[in-house]
Design a protein around this ligand. Structure first.
Ligand SMILES: C[S@@+](CC[C@H](N)C(=O)[O-])C[C@H]1O[C@@H](n2cnc3c(N)ncnc32)[C@H](O)[C@@H]1O
Length: 280
């Protein structure tokens, strides 16, 4: 019986293995056995939507040229995008400290502070916009050339990030003074929605980037945030990424990883600063 006739498709061992191998080779995401139900549920919806008769039929299609849009939808649906403003708050206190100590010119200085930050795996934008708010406040009144590159593999989260519109619940994590300063509060049919102000939005450039195929130039960034992304990768991919981050940082640059992540267990050239913060 075709699986479209039943309500759900069976995910055979061989198909799960093929999907895992394919996704791993494409973007480093490690779909181990514990992720089987997630794959079945999330891709099951795609199968239903596209009237595919089985997971192998679906996989076959996404591997063809005409399946490239569905491949994007597949990656969008398999990525986990949990995030939030000021998530893992201590990182932003540390960032503020770094800016004050290392990038803050005297108020009337003619020298311009130049700062390049990368939010790698930025999801729906809360992380890079939090970085932007902290920079804008810390460098207020200073001449500054600051840019934040924010990248992700999921095109659907990037679209939402670029729109910069958030619910009341998600902006509740932002201190009220900052919220007032950096967001427009929706009225009428936009009530309950908050839109990032243009002067902050322009500091962030969103782009698609697969961390498994990163070809950014060396010595590009003062600070890299790659938080709660590497947990989805296996050890080899994590190790390769740590080396990439080292090369992309300017000397003295900082790497922030998620609070539950660490570089322990990898041979790496970073200096340890404090838990989940490292320095080139
Ligand atoms: C859990 S979110 C973390 C968001 C944010 N960094 C934070 O800590 O709040 C992980 C993000 O990594 C992205 N991601 C996963 N694999 C990726 C890859 N190979 N290249 C780029 N981004 C990837 C996902 O799409 C997702 O948006």
């Amino acid at each position: 019986m075709d699986c479209c006739v039943k309500n759900t498709c069976e995910l055979e061992d061989a198909d799960f293995e093929k999907i895992s191998r394919f996704v791993y080779s494409l973007c480093g995401i490690n779909l181990h056995e514990g992720k089987r139900e997630l794959v079945k549920a999330r891709l099951g919806k795609r199968l239903k939507k596209g009237n595919f008769v089985s997971f192998s039929d679906y996989l076959h299609f996404v591997m063809t040229d005409e399946g490239s849009d569905e491949l994007t939808a597949m990656i969008n649906s398999l990525s986990t995008n949990l995030t939030g403003f000021f998530r893992e708050e201590s990182h932003f206190q540390k960032l503020r400290g770094i800016i004050f100590e290392e990038f803050s010119m005297p108020e009337h200085s003619n020298e311009k502070v130049k700062l390049r930050i990368w939010s790698a795996g930025c999801s729906t934008g809360e992380e890079p916009y939090t970085i932007a708010m902290v920079l804008a406040e810390a460098l207020e009144g200073r001449k500054a050339d600051m840019k934040i590159l924010a990248t992700d593999i999921s095109t659907s989260v990037l679209k939402r990030a670029a729109a910069g519109i958030y619910s009341e619940k998600s902006v509740s994590a932002i201190p009220p003074v900052m919220r007032f300063k950096f967001f427009l509060q929706g009225k009428g049919r936009w009530s309950g929605q908050y839109k990032i102000k243009e002067n902050l939005r322009v500091l962030v450039h969103f782009a698609y980037l697969n961390l498994k195929e990163c070809t950014l130039p060396s010595d590009s960034f003062n600070i890299i945030f790659c938080r709660n992304v590497m947990i989805y990768f296996d050890k080899n991919t994590q190790h390769a990424l740590i080396t990439t981050f080292y090369n992309l940082l300017k000397p003295g640059g900082y790497l922030f990883v998620g609070h539950s992540e660490s570089l322990t267990g990898f041979a790496h050239p970073f200096r340890y600063v404090e838990p989940s913060v490292y320095r080139k």
